[in-house]
Design a protein around this ligand. Structure first.
Ligand SMILES: *[C@@H]1O[C@H](CO)[C@@H](O)[C@H](O)[C@H]1NC(C)=O
Ligand SMILES: *[C@@H]1O[C@H](CO)[C@@H](O)[C@H](O)[C@H]1NC(C)=O
Ligand SMILES: *[C@@H]1O[C@H](CO)[C@@H](O)[C@H](O)[C@H]1NC(C)=O
Ligand SMILES: *[C@@H]1O[C@H](CO)[C@@H](O)[C@H](O)[C@H]1NC(C)=O
Ligand SMILES: *[C@@H]1O[C@H](CO)[C@@H](O)[C@H](O)[C@H]1NC(C)=O
Ligand SMILES: *[C@@H]1O[C@H](CO)[C@@H](O)[C@H](O)[C@H]1NC(C)=O
Ligand SMILES: *[C@@H]1O[C@H](CO)[C@@H](O)[C@H](O)[C@H]1NC(C)=O
Length: 740
């Protein structure tokens, strides 16, 4: 509102002040400005500096020649009043200059700036500063936005067009006569772009589900295709196709969702241009727990552990399963050795005639249950048994034939027999004969190892194992490689692999990890191992470096594969280990002050201590030897009253004690104060003694701080000794002062 007032005052002044000559117009000469349309321009106008240092409030008015009312008025910090023609383009710059951004061709002309000093009644108005603004617009100069495009001769070229370039483009041509505008729309032809992709959803069974997939494209004749997993939703194997609908905007509706509908849904909009994009989301269907395919007969092996399973299906997962046997709730605890596993199945330690009967199960999750299973009859069956078991161990030369027998029977049906290699499966060629025996036509090195014959019938599987030693081969890789690094060496140890039937020797291979580019055993160093030793200390390693180790075995038939590679870092050299920060500096600024009750000793705790100070020790001496005044001063204390000191002068020192820390015992600097120098006559006046006291205290304090400096040295750990650090003060004690 204030600017209205200002305007009012301004117009009052302008009517009567036209004759007054510009006391405040710093520049009388008109200025000339040239600018290009679209640029920013500043029309200068100065305000004369205040005479007394403080700028009085003023109003700035800008006039355009020929228009009687100002188009811009600014009064102090109030928002300026701007003519609609200049709204958003005109602002005050500095004290009174006007910035126009962007300038237009119609802005061209004469401008006048008037500054009105409100608190100075005289000479308040001057004949302004004049500015002539020329806006370059003679030639029609089109101006395109945005700038990165190439404009030539009025044409716009968009290079490397993308989807983002689509939209409205306006061409504008102008001269003093006016301007013309033309807007055109750029459509970018291409494959669709998915604006709102589908999102993961979870629904309850029987509810409807909805996935969005909104795309835009030019040409906009979009068709949306939806896939469930890999299949088009309209051509799925299940009945999903009967319950889906794709809306015109791409949305997929699934009606009365079933658990089987869960999975990944992918939408793919297409306008036949380019590769159609796609976006996927997952549908999760929640439903009460249900039983899928309960078998009508449950086989349990006689006299062997067995399991009665409830094939439950649920989302969220099953939390409990209730069982019934012959129509009554099953109480597992009533059967010795029976238990219910966390998944709800029943573990039977040893199945007997007691367990015969009809079983039903009912699984539950947080949504409840879909009911109980079909009844299943439990049938006891004899497990299969081996007629022929393989022997414990077979030795055969590589390349030769070998048959390992195995045969099993069962009642009534014959069990099926399979063979498997324990650990790493064998890729070599082997057959299972109709009898169940394992046949190798030509043994290979990798057949070496443990094998199992497995006989399976409806109730259970039984296994029999055997060991096959393939002799006449190169050794097998050593196992269990362990490396114990130290600073410059490492102790490598291993467990030998099978020697292939001949005596084997080892070598240890190693190399720094840095050599990545030439990685390979040939780039490594190797060290032979003597005899049958299964460890080796590898010397000459760099400290703190990453090394790799492998062990190789060799026999007269050749070299085995390398063992696994173990990577370790050698240990940091102990010399370069930074010492732990253990620090204790002496107590500071020990002062002594003679009082009526004795000598008051005060000090400051140590500046730095890496653990809490335990206590302080105060000592004193008259001559050479230090004597303990108090060695159990609590760490909380910083002063001590020493009584019964009768001699004329004493030296004091205080030490901090921190466990397990040792200071170097610095020689105590000799006191420079001699007894003679200070032995004043007893008759000395009170004033003199006070001065002396002051001098002595001052000196002592200085001495203490000097000593302090001497002690500010790095401390070293010396185990088994007490840590003592001290600061001291020499204190002169006069008899006379006792009566002060
Ligand atoms: C103001 O100054 C301009 C240019 O110097 C002059 O043409 C005009 O007559 C002056 N107006 C008054 C009222 O003095
Ligand atoms: C599904 O059903 C459960 C239990 O009735 C309810 O708590 C939950 O809100 C339902 N979820 C949805 C998505 O409707
Ligand atoms: C969309 O229109 C273009 C041009 O008319 C045509 O070539 C294309 O086959 C159409 N695509 C679809 C999916 O109808
Ligand atoms: C959607 O669900 C799938 C499968 O459950 C999951 O892998 C994926 O991270 C989920 N995406 C989001 C955005 O939650
Ligand atoms: C190396 O390690 C092995 C096995 O851990 C050990 O028996 C052997 O004494 C060690 N050798 C040295 C020199 O430490
Ligand atoms: C010594 O004690 C007296 C009396 O308590 C006190 O006024 C004076 O400031 C003390 N001087 C110092 C250096 O502590
Ligand atoms: C004490 O600690 C400060 C800050 O941690 C350090 O700047 C200063 O050097 C230390 N003084 C001594 C004597 O170690």
């Amino acid at each position: 509102m204030i600017w209205y007032v200002a305007t009012l005052i301004a117009s009052v002044f302008s009517t009567r002040g036209t004759a007054a000559q510009g006391a405040h117009g710093v520049r009388e000469e008109p200025r000339f400005l040239t600018a290009r349309a679209g640029e920013s321009v500043i029309l200068g106008c100065d305000v004369s500096p205040p005479l007394d240092g403080q700028q009085p409030p003023y109003v700035v008015e800008w006039f355009k020649f020929g228009v009687p009312i100002p188009f811009f008025i600014s009064f102090r910090f109030h928002p300026p009043h701007v003519d609609p023609e200049y709204t958003g383009r005109a602002s005050l710059h500095g004290k009174a200059s006007l910035q126009i951004d962007p300038v237009r061709s119609e802005d061209q002309g004469w401008y006048e700036c008037r500054v009105l000093m409100l608190e100075q009644q005289y000479n308040t108005f001057h004949n302004g500063s004049w500015v002539q603004l020329t806006v370059n617009g003679e030639s029609l100069r089109p101006k395109w936005q945005p700038i990165p495009y190439v404009v030539h001769d009025g044409s716009l070229t968009v290079l490397g067009i993308t989807r983002d370039d689509r939209g409205a483009y306006t061409c504008r041509a102008f001269s003093d006569q006016g301007e013309v505008l033309h807007t055109t729309r750029l459509l970018v032809q291409g494959p669709p772009y998915i604006k709102s992709p589908p999102e993961n959803i979870t629904v309850n069974i029987s509810q409807n589900a909805r996935f969005t997939c909104q795309a835009e494209a030019y040409p906009g004749n979009l068709t949306y295709t939806w896939f469930w997993e890999e299949d088009n939703v309209y051509f799925t194997k299940n009945d999903l196709k009967n319950r889906v609908r794709i809306l015109i905007d791409g949305t997929l509706h699934i009606f009365r969702v079933k658990p089987e509908d869960a999975g990944k849904y992918t939408c793919s909009p297409s306008n036949s241009l380019g590769t159609p994009p796609s976006a996927s989301a997952h549908l999760s269907v929640q439903y009460p727990a249900r039983v899928l395919n309960m078998p009508s007969i449950i086989y349990v092996p006689r006299k062997l552990p067995g399991v009665i399973r409830c094939p439950a299906d649920a989302n969220p997962p099953v939390i409990s399963v209730k069982w019934e046997k012959d129509g009554y709730p099953l109480r597992v605890e009533k059967y010795p050795g029976w238990s219910q596993a966390p998944d709800g199945s029943i573990r039977v330690a040893e199945a007997t005639e007691d367990s015969l009967g009809t079983y039903t199960c009912m699984p539950y999750n947080t949504l409840g249950t879909m009911g109980q299973s079909d009844p299943a009859t439990l049938v006891l069956k004899d497990p299969p048994y081996f007629n022929v078991r393989p022997g414990g161990e077979y030795r055969q030369e590589a390349g030769r034939e070998l048959v390992i027998p195995c045969a099993a029977s069962g009642d009534p049906e014959i069990p099926t027999i399979t063979w498997r290699k324990v650990g790493k499966p064998s890729k070599s060629k082997h057959n299972i004969l109709p009898s169940g025996s394992l046949q190798f036509l030509s043994l290979s090195k990798e057949d070496h190892g443990e094998w199992e014959c497995v006989a399976t019938n409806v109730v259970t599987s039984i296994t029999a194992s055997t060991r096959l030693l393939v002799i006449g081969t190169s050794p097998h890789a050593p196992g269990n490689i362990r490396v114990l690094p130290s600073v410059t060496s490492a102790n490598v140890s291993w467990e030998p692999g099978y020697d292939g039937g001949f005596e084997q020797t080892f070598s240890v291979w190693y190399g720094p990890v840095l050599k990545k580019e030439n990685f390979g055993p040939h780039d490594w160093h190797s060290m032979p191992v003597s005899g049958s030793q299964t460890w080796l200390v590898v010397p000459g390693l760099e400290p703190r470096t990453e090394y790799q180790f492998s062990v190789l075995a060799q026999n007269k038939l050749g070299t085995g594969p390398f063992s696994e590679v173990v990577t370790v870092n050698t240990v940091v050299s102990p010399l370069s280990t930074p010492e732990p920060q253990v620090l204790l500096t002496p107590p500071r600024c020990l002062t002594a002050n003679r009082t009526q009750h004795g000598v008051l000793l005060t000090w400051l705790p140590p500046a730095n201590h890496s653990s809490p100070v335990d206590r302080y020790i105060m000592e004193f001496r008259l001559g050479e030897r230090w004597e303990v005044l108090d060695d159990l001063i609590s760490a909380a204390e910083t002063e001590l009253m020493a009584r019964d000191l009768v001699q004329s002068w004493y030296e004091f020192r205080v030490m901090a004690v921190m466990d397990d820390l040792i200071s170097e015992s610095n020689p105590f600097p000799p006191t420079e104060v001699t007894e003679e120098g200070l032995a004043l006559p007893v008759v000395a006046g009170v004033v003199a003694t006070i001065c002396f006291l002051a001098a002595a205290v001052l000196f002592s304090t200085l001495a203490a701080c000097f000593v302090n400096k001497q002690h500010q040295r790095k401390l070293k750990r010396k185990p088994g000794m007490l840590a003592l650090l001290f600061t001291s003060v020499s204190f002169l004690l006069f008899f006379l002062w006792s009566w002060l």
